[in-house]
Write a protein that binds this ligand. Sequence first.
Ligand SMILES: [Zn+2]
Length: 400
Amino acid sequence: MITVLIAVPNVVCLCFSRWRSLLLVSSMILSISTSVLGQTSTVSNFVTEVQIQEGGTSLKVQGLVRAEASDGTVLLEDTQGKYHLLAPSAIQQRQQTSAEFQRMSDEELMASLLKEVGDGFEVSETEHFLICTNSGAAYAEFCGKLLEKVYTEFFAWSENLKLSLTPPTQRLPILIFAAESEFQAHATKIHPETPFENTPGFYTVRDNQVLLWDLTRDRSLRFSAVRKKLSESPLQLATIVHEAVHQLAFNSGLQNRFADNPLWFSEGLALYFEQVSLRSPLLWSKPGLINSRHHSEFLRRSADERLPIPLPELLTSDRTFQTAESAPAAYAQSWAMMAWLVRQHPEQLAQYIQKLQALQPLQTVSADQRTQMFQESLGSPLEELPGDLITWARRQRSAR
Ligand SMILES: [Zn+2]
């Protein structure tokens, strides 16, 4: 038994205060005493009941054990799809029942979302999403159509790469608050460890929800007026796409929640999709448009023929995303690497994704393992990557 720090990045993906160019990333660092191989994944499909001590009160949590560390830390999924990380010191009693675990139905999830947010909210459903909102109907309709477009393009993209994904069997929850202040109050309530200033939205890996606020700030707008208003805030609009891609990646088996996913990959993927297209009916058309903001940032920071962040560092550590000084470079390079891999080396990228898909919740991955996974997939010497990537990026033209 050794003690390690398990970093569970993206517990909240809080990528940006986009219009202030100060980038914030929250990553919850969990100190867990465990052995490197001390994690087990789901072994049964039966509900486990756990009695826990929280803030002086005793609570019962029920769900499916998704993973367990050798020190007794338990990762439990409840019927809403939320994850609960239960420290061994908080667990008083635990027993497996004979009831089979089943996620809530869409109707039950709707009721549960409404209970969570309080009065004044309604839930509308699209083919693949439940949108719980107190903003205007036209805003919910616009977001619903945009989310469905992202859904279609996400799975089309994965088919092109011949990835083996499983579409979610239930609709995915999206919360949209009419006012930024309401959004912030709710976000702070569920994730008190994270600052939410100047944040248009985020995906919480723990609760599996995307939280947004109405960027138009006007509940009375009709659909065309919503579109016009959103076209004036392309960076914030891109957030809706970005966070939806995180949610889809974690609900399709492309990535596993609470696995040690490299942040450059998680963010690079969402950035690869997010570029808006202001001439399109929904202001977004498809993944892979050159990301104007991160492309120019990457070119500027690699003008001296060197990568902004040394490759070994970006591959093995998520540290550069966590300070305002280095985060712009980390995001720009993550976008560039993902776009370059998709376009120039799709088969190698698919191989790398297969290795990431196999990572289990709470499983630690060493720096060497991270490098090895990437290097084995790429197949060519890592020393060649910086020159190839910079040359490729200089040939690209930003989308308008
Ligand atoms: Zn993100």
